[in-house]
Design a protein. Structure first.
Length: 371
């Protein structure tokens, strides 16, 4: 804790509503504050032999050194991951493309000695040319999958990947070919479970018929709810877990971003996203105002309400919230212990649905890669 306090700017606990036991309190009631925020509940991703029992909140590691304006020194980033583990988080998400490569290396160093306590998930799916991963160029050929897996195993310093995702669908490689390669890697013990990112219901069905899918990872939060129409019902039908990335919309739903926020031009992808342009931010802050007003009446932050809302949607949902600050880790952990009534959930959704969201979530090139 000493290193984190000094480097990351720890702030004292505030009344975010935590509980000491796993016994759910009555809906809609503020919870008694515990000394230290920690995981008190677990959820299952997937079913049967391919299931994973994990903490109800995961940790998205990407922002520790990739695509964000604040990049921690390695020592501080590792300390933050260790703190998350000590607080009970058991699901840590990374990918080959983050860095590229360096995020996996960081995570590998951090989880050394903890692999019997946690699950690390990583991803393949982009081309590799002249020693570099090419973002925006899908490649799920058998050769590239195997190259990615061998590299991830080495960087993560593990012998088997607990959950491997296809990062983006590759229309040029048949689903049958990808499934066969994954099944082979499972038999070889290099991969334990398989998942997909940002795919359609049709693609999920086709894959699941050939290789068991443990989890789907796609963007899902109060400003992007398209998965509710087909993906979540399908996951429920097939016994597949759902892992929302960007559960507070890349920090926006926390209220920490305004039209005057300056993003690192070299390392922050938000600078190129339509929803993070000044005009869009200015218009969409009405959504944050709704969350702030709702949360303040109950002693919670906007980010906590956004995350708690997600956890209440389905019992097989496990968000992977990223942060570079201990104070935000504390805040995120306390969100898992908030209980919202159905009427409160409906109130939040009604107010936010009445607000027109300005700007697409991705630019045209990135949007073309999601199904």
């Amino acid at each position: 804790m000493g290193l984190l306090n000094g480097v990351l700017g720890f702030v004292p606990n505030v009344a975010f509503g935590a509980t000491k036991s796993q016994t759910p309190p009555k809906e809609g009631k503020n919870l008694k504050l515990s000394q230290i925020a920690q995981i008190t509940d677990y959820r299952t991703l997937g079913s049967g032999e391919n299931a994973m029992r994990v903490s109800n909140l995961g940790f998205g590691c990407m922002g520790l050194n990739h695509h964000r304006s604040v990049r921690l020194e390695k020592k501080a980033a590792i300390a933050l991951i260790h703190e998350a583990i000590e607080r009970g988080i058991t699901l840590f998400d990374t990918a080959e493309i983050y860095g590229p490569l360096t995020n996996e290396t960081l995570v590998g160093e951090a989880i050394k000695g903890y692999t019997d306590k946690i699950f690390v998930t990583t991803k393949f799916g982009f081309a590799f040319e002249n020693g570099k991963v090419i973002a925006g160029k899908p490649d799920s050929s058998p050769k590239n999958i195997r190259r990615a897996v061998e590299g991830s195993l080495k960087r993560l310093q593990i012998e088997s990947i607990p959950l491997l995702y296809q990062h983006r669908f590759d229309a040029q490689t048949p689903i049958e070919s990808v499934a066969q390669t994954i099944n082979e890697l499972m038999k070889e013990g290099k991969v334990q479970r398989f998942g997909l990112c940002e795919v359609s219901a049709d693609i999920i069905r086709k894959f699941h018929a050939l290789v068991p899918i443990t989890a789907i990872q796609s963007e899902y939060h109060l400003m992007h709810r398209t998965v509710e129409k087909e993906i979540l019902p399908l996951c429920e039908e097939l016994g597949i877990g759902f892992v929302p990335y960007s559960p507070i919309n890349r920090g926006f739903l926390s209220g920490a971003i305004s039209e005057w926020t300056r993003f690192d031009e070299k390392n922050d992808n938000r600078i190129a996203l339509p929803r993070f342009q000044k005009e869009a931010i200015r218009a969409n802050l009405r959504i944050v105002e709704v969350l702030n007003a709702f949360g303040q009446q109950r002693g919670y932050t906007a980010a906590q309400i956004a995350q708690s809302w997600l956890l209440h949607k389905k019992p097989f949902i496990v968000p992977i919230t990223g942060t570079s600050k201990l104070a935000h880790l504390e805040e995120n952990l306390r969100s898992t212990q908030i209980r919202l009534s159905q009427s409160e959930i409906s109130e939040i959704e009604k107010q936010i649905s009445a607000i027109k969201i300005i700007g697409e979530r991705y630019n045209q090139k990135e949007q073309s890669q999601v199904r």
